[in-house]
Every structure is written in C-alpha cells, then in structure tokens.
Design a protein around this ligand. Structure first.
Ligand code: PLP
Length: 398
C-alpha cells in the first residue's frame, strides 16, 4: 500500500496555557497599549524587552509590530535614506527587500551559494557599492560569520541581521543577531515564537536604540522602557527621528514572554525533526542534502534540499507526486511567484540584476516546513515519501 502523509504543514502548536493566562490578565485590565500602564506597573511590552535583552546578552531590545518593521526601523536608525543602496541576499523572502523599499532605499542583491548562504566572494566584490548590509539568515542557514564580519568591517559596511529564521541559533557559540550592529527578529506565527504578528530588534549601541525607540512610536514616553538607554541618549533622537507607529502591544508581549523560557527546548525539537528528514534523504540519487558546518548551531524549523540540474518538468512532477501523497514541497525555481516563494526577479521595484549563480541554485531548490506538530515518525514518513518519488522520477529519467 502506498504510504500517505496526513499532517498539516501550516498547523502550529497551541499557545501555552501560561501565555493564555497572561494574555487574559492583560485583557482584564483593559490596558493593552504599551504606554497605558498603572502607576508603578511596567507593562508586558517593556518586560518582554527586558527579558529578551537578557536572553540575548545585550543591553537593549525593542518590541515592534512585525519583523519587517524591525528591519525598516533598523535601516532608518543606522542612517539609510531614500535612494541609498543596501546590500542584501538575492535568496530571501519578500519582507527583506520590502523593508529596504519601505524607506525608499534600493536593494543590491548578492548571490547565493549552493549551501544557501550569501556568497561571500560576491559580497566582497560588491562591498564598495553600499554602506549597509541587510543580511538574511534565510531558512536558518548561517554563513561563515567570521569572514562576513571581516569583509564588512574592512569595507566599512554596517551589518543588520535578519534573524527571522535563526532566533535561538548560534555561530561558533555566539547567538545569531549579536554579530552585526543590529539583530532583527519576527514573532509571526511561522517563526520561532508565536504572537500572530510581532518583531524584536536588539543592539548594544545606545544612540542607535534611542533612534529606534522614537521611530517605533514612543512619543516622549521612552523612559518607560526597561531595555533602552537613559534619557541622555535621546537628546538628538527625540527631535530628529519621526514617530512611525509600529509598537507592540501588551497583549502580544504577554503571549510571548512565557514562550521565551521554552525557546531552547523548541529549537532542539525542531532540529531533531530536521535530522530525521536529513537522514532519510541523504544518499537519494539525484538529490543533494545541504551539509551543515559544525560551527553552525542551527534551528531546523524548515528543511531545504537541492535537485541540481533537474529539468523543470521533472521538478513539477516531483511536487505533484509528493502533493498527491500529502507532502507539501515549495519550489523556489518556479517562474511565477506563488505562496511565499517569490524570487529576486519578482521584486521589480528594485533594479533587476542578472544573478546566474542564484538562478541555478534556485532552479533546483525545494523547501518544506517542519512545524512542531509533526512527530519524529512523521518526519521519517516525509523523507520516505520524497525519497521514493524522487527515486522513481530519477530512474525513469523523465
Ligand atoms: C518572516 C520573515 C521576516 C519578517 O516577517 P514579518 O512577517 O514582517 O514578521 C523577515 N525575513 C524573513 C526571511 C522572513 O521569512
């Protein structure tokens, strides 16, 4: 009998009871706006910033409305303005070039390597074209951060990290998001913490955090933050930065705070699932599993593999055959954007560049979500189905 998978690729775990109780408690007070606090009360948003900063080992954190808002705020806070070029990954998701475009700046795409990290040779070649790099750790693949920082430091390029897929991950033991000047995170439902929508931004730079806080829509209430610098750091920012409302509310913060304590265990659970799929797919004729460097403490919240140089028809056949057995694969090589898989050449608000290496990698790139509602057995089933269908197509040579 042919094995079929019945799980849902978009079903997350429920919100923990403790978080539900915290959210209900906020609703009972009616004080949902982060600056609507009773005398002596800190508010959940401020407490979340304090807890997240402590977890990340940095002095400053800011909670905002989305990961995209965190990135555009970071770009504006480091001084990027309209018309300025910003280096970024050609292989990432639409909120990344979107955050650059949101402030009128212009993405300059950098090629992707076969291991799905940013091509550091291409980055070095383009480093004189911009003052800022918005580095996306796309799908949790972390590049050689030592070499990346050396390239950027030598060229005077400021690094902002998009850690939407690397919250809780490390490079040589150092938390992702603490290598560059700013780290940006998302707490949207498909990321590592779930508040529906939400974002976080961290830095060690006091003046920069002051600018980000005012940008996020703090009015002159910044002294109520618990992970922001003192009032002296705001002397310039409070006059120079526009108030671009993108605050997080106390309700979302209440849902998130209890999740912080579980993050490490959740990350380990994801990576255990990833390893099962990896083991099951390794050695499949015609497929290439991405080897993860030992310096990378990755979080396996999604799985990617390559079908290098497969003709497009064979890849669409694989997608259809897997889908018929309940396995949802996404393909980054499709000519038209569908679902969340748009490509750099779909983002036509940016100047279109020719990126032959990225084209070749994306043409064979397949992607699969691994929600924690999947068991380890489920993951073994997924791998068996993909292996069988890919094997049949490979043998047929179709
Ligand atoms: C989800 C995501 C973001 C941020 O997304 P928001 O929906 O704005 O929170 C940023 N970068 C990548 C690569 C993402 O997948």
């Amino acid at each position: 009998m042919t094995e079929v998978f019945n799980g849902s690729f978009t079903q997350q775990e429920p919100i923990p009871e403790e978080a539900i109780e915290a959210a209900v408690a906020v609703m009972r007070t009616g004080r949902l706006h982060r600056y609507n606090t009773a005398p002596g009360e800190a508010g959940e948003a401020a407490l979340l910033e304090r807890d997240f900063a402590a977890m990340m080992g940095v002095p400053y954190a800011l909670a905002v409305a989305s990961g995209g808002h965190a990135m555009s705020t970071a770009l504006r806070a480091v001084g990027v303005g309209p018309g300025d070029p910003v280096l970024s990954n050609a292989f990432t998701l639409a909120p990344v070039p979107g955050a650059i475009a949101a402030i009128g700046a212009v993405p300059v795409h950098v090629e992707v390597c076969e291991d799905l990290t940013i091509d550091l040779d291409d980055l070095a070649a383009k480093a004189d074209r911009a003052r800022v790099l918005l580095l996306s750790h796309m799908r949790g693949h972390i590049c050689d951060m030592d070499r990346l920082m050396a390239i950027c430091d030598a060229a005077g390029v400021t690094v902002i990290e998009d850690c939407a897929h690397t919250m809780g991950a490390t490079w040589r033991g150092q938390l992702s998001g603490t290598h560059g000047l700013v780290g940006c995170f998302s707490t949207q439902s498909y990321k590592h913490l779930n508040s529906g929508e939400g974002g976080l931004l961290i830095t060690r730079d006091a003046e920069l955090m002051a600018r980000a806080v005012v940008l996020s829509g703090s009015y002159m209430l910044y002294e109520r933050h618990l992970a922001a610098p003192g009032p002296e750091a705001f002397e310039a920012a409070k006059y120079e930065m526009p108030n671009i409302s993108g605050r997080m509310d106390n309700l979302r913060a209440a849902i998130l705070r209890p999740q912080l304590g579980r993050l490490a265990a959740q990350c380990a659970a994801w990576t255990a699932r990833y390893r099962v799929v990896e083991d099951g797919l390794r050695g499949t004729p015609g497929l290439h599993v991405i080897e993860r460097p030992e310096q990378e403490g990755f979080v396996g919240s999604s799985f990617q593999f390559l079908a290098p140089d497969w003709p497009a028809e064979r890849i669409t056949a694989l997608l259809a055959r897997c889908a018929a057995r309940g396995v949802e694969l996404k393909w980054f090589g499709a000519p038209e954007p569908t679902g969340f898989t748009s490509r750099y050449d779909s983002w036509r608000y940016a100047p279109v560049q020719r990126l032959p290496q990225t084209d070749r990698v994306l043409a064979g790139l397949l992607d699969m979500r691994l929600p924690l509602t999947f068991s380890l057995d489920d993951c073994a089933t997924l791998a068996r189905i993909i292996r069988a269908e890919a094997g049949a197509l490979w043998q047929a040579g179709g």
